[in-house]
Design a protein around this ligand. Structure first.
Ligand SMILES: C[S@@+](CC[C@H](N)C(=O)[O-])C[C@H]1O[C@@H](n2cnc3c(N)ncnc32)[C@H](O)[C@@H]1O
Length: 212
């Protein structure tokens, strides 16, 4: 079953949604991803949301083919609207993809799988499925990259993180912040090796895992 929380967003007449968080973190993400994405190949972005990131990333990385996706049909319409408006040739139509279900792609489809601000919104079992599905989707030497807020052990990075996590768990006790250690363990169980842990603005982290 897909459970999803849609971010706050405004919608333009042509269907493009705009979320403030995606506007804020696109530039620092691009700088960090320059060191973590492959030089060329295909990136499957999971839970692309409005499509603002996919647009910015496809523009910033012209040698990569960017394939966005989301479980939510309304988000996919917004991604498609951003794609049309961008005119970018390396920006594919969004896929209907639920991290917890089988993915609509062939084995070896992508060289990287990226997800931004998703893991704290889903249960632990979904995170396991993300890594298992990513392992099947990636080619040799592929990598999976996850960005968002995380616990460090049992500790919050800030009081703001603590209150956000409490509010998420009040909404659904199965979701909430995961620790770096727990996420890394699930990645290792699925066959990945941790390769980098980049500090990002607002106490967020960009965690990268590779197929050994
Ligand atoms: C907070 S938004 C983040 C969107 C985008 N990555 C960003 O940072 O702007 C979370 C997104 O995850 C999607 N989502 C939630 N559960 C999902 C699932 N099980 N599989 C795929 N996407 C999911 C939602 O539809 C939503 O677009």
């Amino acid at each position: 079953m897909a459970r999803h929380i849609i971010q706050q967003a405004n919608e333009a007449p042509d269907g493009r949604r705009t979320a403030p968080a995606a506007l804020r973190n696109a530039a620092p993400l691009i700088e960090a991803l320059r060191h973590r994405l492959p030089a060329e190949g295909r990136v499957l972005e999971v839970a692309s949301g409005t499509g603002q990131h996919a647009t910015a990333f496809a523009e910033a990385f012209p040698a990569l083919d960017w394939v966005p996706s989301d479980v939510d049909p309304g988000q996919r319409e917004s991604i498609a609207a951003w794609r049309r408006e961008s005119g970018l040739q390396n920006f594919a139509e969004p896929l209907a993809l639920d991290i917890a279900a089988p993915w609509p792609v062939t084995n070896g489809f992508a060289q990287a799988v990226l997800t931004v601000n998703l893991l704290h919104l889903v249960p632990d079992t979904f995170v396991s499925r993300l890594f298992e599905n990513a392992r099947e989707t990636l080619s040799d030497n592929g990598r999976v990259i996850v960005y968002g807020p995380f616990l460090r052990g049992f500790d919050y990075a800030s009081e703001g993180d603590r209150s956000f996590d409490v509010s998420l768990r009040a909404r659904d006790p199965a979701i909430g912040y995961k620790s770096v250690e727990a996420v890394s363990e699930l990645a290792v169980e699925a066959g990945f090796t941790p390769v980098a842990n980049d500090s990002m603005p607002a106490n967020n982290l960009l965690l990268s895992f590779a197929i050994p």
